[in-house]
Design a protein around this ligand. Structure first.
Ligand code: ANZ
Ligand code: ZN
Length: 854
């Protein structure tokens, strides 16, 4: 027998699917829809193993749901704007568009070799004006709806990339891509009002039952809702007050000083006459604006000449510091500090010798002999603040109250005094979308000295990027373009200039899932198409997008709702986050990283084998998907991706694992071809009876289908693979001596083909065809199981006639009495023993015996 020629077979079926438009779909209100989406790739050059895993997972879901009768939308496209294209263009002296389009072509060809069931007619590339003109329109609609605005603000400035970074793009005080220490800078920026949806985004999380708990918690923390109060502290030396935000009004009696952010108006005002303070502020600005940067930095402060009055304690004043740990963008940019119960405040107080006044104590200590010593320790020596729940002490009218009650009582008093108000505060901040970059979507605004920022009229959209551009100089390339920005003001006709910033590239990915529902539309998408397909039923991608991309998409969907684009609220009903692909690492004696090939060439003694780590270019432990697909075929690569680990776990790449997958693929092919001569033709009627061996195989076949159906429905792909392998083993060992057994074997092969189809679609088509079918297995429905074959435990039960043993029957455990009775009376030996007389009585002892009395 020949070998399975996967190269030929895979190319053949890919062409057949394409020629038949097998995976192209349209809305069909009579059919239930299912929308499967994998996070679309950035066209960086070539696909990597992470892509292979992501798209395999999606394809299994898509093909499975399709077989189950759903109208499945499964699209693919390119998240094509972004900085790497600019960098590559500079490096290779090409144009970002050229580089991007070439990469798309390469990667698309690579994806095609994977046999993914995409409707390619819906492909989008976000860098084309056909795509981005719609987001320009969206932006103008947001502007009109009050969801976009411009403001001067402190931004995270990446000194290497010369661009503003969102807080989310600052990791440990460094630019997420450049790794450079981020600086602060003030710029006029466009913002989207994501904070307007703070509560709604939080509420919506509760409805997302098919999201990983972990991701929901991450979003919840990001939104960071907290209840507290704004309190006004009157200045001692002027007729004004300092507004602060606190989540712990219950600790007001423990206030020991006030602190304002380095860019707080009060600090800036004081700095005008205090050069030392001005220098301190500059120091603070060198630190990023991100919380992480601020958390990790040493707490530093500068004491101003100003002070305020304590709202509750007559005659008590508090000095005002400028402190580097207070953020201008959160709350009011000013706090009262309570060192006893806040770690940052305590660090600060110990450093600058400020009083530490404990006002909360643990419940089990209050009123005991230990209380005084405990309070004394916290006040004078403790290095750790007491931030836990407790009972108010040293706090006048609050004394004895538990934390929650003390909070409410303090707020009530503040409100009654007219000194402030209870409020809800979010950590979430508005999304700054301006980027000083070329390779992004131009922001459709024209700045006129008379009219201010004027929206580009709709009939002039899209504002296209100019092709001729000089990259590689510091600053904003569009701004440096000699002519592009000079246009007349749409409102008064005077000479004006275009906005030269482009959108953050998260803009494009915030609505692409909606574009896919109607990718050729002259609008962004039609409402009817969006309503039919959305929400995405299953979204699959990396956990690294748990906060940014998913939150922005959820915000966009709400904003688009409010602008009349669509009616759904949550874009992704189900979410699966996949684990990483890892591989052993290798180093030579000098510590230089080696590729697996280099390590093999050097030989064992020369190589230090390291632990398995996420595949990365820097550690040289990557395996090129193209090589694997070329050597073993797409089905093997796909099978391996599914076999060993659940999708959300990391997966260890091993050569042995891949070879094992390949052996299985060829084995299935050989098994079917070896049996072809002995199989009945397609459509042969089911025989009346089977041998016990045949019954056993049938039962296993149906149980396997049942189990795989459940597994695929719950993303237990590795379990499904294990079941399928077991069935294959039984099939291989099965000896079909008679026609009925041959029929059972065909049934098993056909079911096998159908259940491997989501995972190994080429092999499945090949087997299906070999079995004599003229249809495509891609168009076949999922096999339906015979429930009677699923019953797990069967028992052998004795049948007596008038107390004499006459034979046995096979019955399902705990089967109903009338079924046992009927089976007993149908036995040939029983009929003979009854000799034509009717039964007087049938006694059924469940799971044991049936006695017929005549
Ligand atoms: C007094 C106090 C006493 C506080 C105490 C905490 C503990 P979350 O929960 O994250 O919302 N804060 C307020 N605005 C700030 C800013 N702009 N920069 C830095 N810190 C700020 O945090 C709220 C708490 O963080 C607030 O409650 C405030 O300190 C501080 F025992 O007020 B608290
Ligand atoms: Zn004008």
């Amino acid at each position: 027998m020949s070998r399975y020629n996967f190269k030929e077979a895979e190319a053949k079926w890919q062409k057949v699917w394409q020629d038949n438009a097998t995976f192209e779909v349209t809305e069909d209100s009579d059919r239930a829809k299912y929308y499967v989406l994998e996070m679309f790739p950035y066209p960086s050059g070539r696909i990597h193993m992470g892509h292979v895993r992501n798209y395999t997972l999606g394809d299994v879901v898509a093909r499975f749901k399709r077989a189950q009768g759903f109208n499945v939308l499964h699209p693919m496209g390119w998240d094509a704007f972004g900085l790497p294209a600019e960098n590559a263009a500079i490096q290779n002296n090409t144009h970002p568009a050229t580089w991007t389009m070439q990469n798309i072509a390469t990667m698309k060809a690579q994806l095609k070799t994977m046999g993914l069931s995409y409707d390619w007619t819906r492909e989008v590339a976000t860098c084309t004006p056909q795509y981005y003109k719609h987001e320009q329109k969206m932006f103008l609609d947001f502007l009109q709806a009050g969801l976009a605005y411009k403001k001067e603000s402190w931004v995270n400035w990446d000194p290497v990339e010369h661009t503003v970074l969102a807080n989310e793009q600052v990791i440990d005080g460094k630019g997420w891509r450049s790794g450079a220490a981020v600086e602060k800078k003030q710029l006029s920026q466009w913002f989207l009002k994501i904070t307007q949806y703070g509560d709604d985004l939080l509420e919506g999380l509760k409805t997302l039952e098919r999201w990983p708990e972990k991701v929901r918690i991450m979003q919840e923390n990001w939104i960071g809702r907290s209840e507290g109060a704004r309190v006004f502290f009157e200045h001692t030396d002027r007729d004004a007050s300092l507004e602060i935000y606190t989540t712990r009004p219950d600790t007001l009696y423990g206030a020991s000083f006030m602190a304002v952010a380095a860019n707080h108006p009060l600090a800036l005002e004081q700095a005008k006459t205090d050069p030392e303070l001005a220098a301190f502020i500059q120091d603070c600005n060198a630190l990023g604006t991100s919380e992480a940067a601020i958390e990790s930095a040493e707490k530093k402060g500068y004491k101003t000449q100003l002070s305020v009055k304590h709202p509750f304690i007559e005659g008590h004043t508090l000095p005002i510091y400028v402190a580097n740990f207070v953020l201008m963008e959160y709350g009011t940019g000013a706090i009262f500090a309570c060192p006893a119960h806040d770690q940052r405040d305590l660090d600060f107080a110990r450093k600058y010798n400020l009083p530490v006044i404990p006002v909360v104590a643990p419940k089990d200590i209050v009123g005991t002999d230990e209380e005084a010593a405990w309070l004394e320790h916290l006040a004078n020596t403790a290095a750790e603040a007491f931030a836990e729940d407790g009972i108010a002490v040293n706090s006048d009218f609050l004394n004895g109250l538990a934390m929650a009650d003390a909070k409410s009582a303090a707020i009530a008093k503040i409100e009654q005094m007219g000194r402030g108000k209870g409020t809800v505060q979010y950590r979430l901040r508005d999304w700054g979308v301006s980027r000083q970059r070329y390779w992004g979507c131009p922001i459709p605004i024209i700045h006129c000295t008379d009219c201010g920022p004027v929206p580009v009229p709709e009939d002039q959209l899209p504002v296209e990027l100019p092709q001729d551009i000089t990259l590689g100089q510091a600053g904003n390339p569009l701004d440096a373009h000699p002519t592009w920005k000079h246009v007349p003001c749409p409102s008064c006709g005077k000479a004006a200039v275009r906005e030269t910033d482009t959108f953050d590239t998260f803009f494009e990915s915030s609505w692409y899932f909606a574009r896919f529902t109607d990718a050729k539309s002259k609008q962004a998408f039609s409402k009817s198409a969006a309503e039919y397909w959305l929400p995405v039923d299953q979204y699959i991608g990396g956990i690294e997008h748990a906060v940014l991309h998913l939150l922005y998409s959820r915000f966009f969907t709400r904003a688009l709702n409010d602008c009349g684009y669509l009616d759904v609220k949550e874009p992704f009903a189900g979410l699966m986050t996949q684990g990483m692909i890892c591989h052993e690492t290798y180093q030579d004696s000098g510590g230089k990283w080696l590729t697996p090939q280099e390590a093999e060439r050097l030989g064992e003694g020369q190589v230090k084998v390291g632990r398995s780590e996420k595949m990365s270019k820097s550690k040289k432990n990557v395996v090129d998907p193209e090589l694997i697909i070329g050597t073993y075929g797409a089905d093997t690569a796909r099978l391996f991706m599914l076999s060993d680990s659940p999708p959300d776990r990391d997966l260890d790449w091993t050569d042995a694992g891949v070879e094992g997958a390949w052996r299985y693929v060829s084995r299935v092919w050989r098994m079917v071809h070896g049996a072809l001569d002995s199989l009945p033709t397609v459509g042969t009627a089911q025989p009346g009876s089977f041998s016990p061996e045949a019954i056993a195989l049938r039962a296993q076949t149906h149980k396997t289908v049942d189990g795989v159906t459940h597994d695929l429905g719950h993303f237990h792909f590795n379990k499904a693979v294990a079941r399928i392998r077991e069935l294959s083993n039984s099939l291989e060992a099965f000896n079909a001596g008679d026609d009925a057994s041959a029929w059972v074997r065909r049934e098993a092969f056909e079911f096998l083909a159908k259940i491997i189809n989501p995972m190994m679609p080429h092999l499945a088509e090949e087997v299906w065809q070999a079995l004599g079918h003229k249809t495509l297995i891609a168009d076949e429905s999922w096999p339906s199981v015979d429930p009677s074959l699923l019953v797990d435990d069967t028992l052998t039960i004795a049948v007596q006639v008038n107390g004499k043993m006459r034979g046995t029957i096979e019955l399902a455990k705990d089967c109903p009495q009338d079924e046992a009775q009927a089976a007993a009376l149908a036995l040939d030996t029983v009929i003979a023993a009854m000799a034509g007389k009717p039964p007087r009585k049938v006694i059924v002892v469940p799971n044991r015996i049936v006695n017929v009395v005549v």
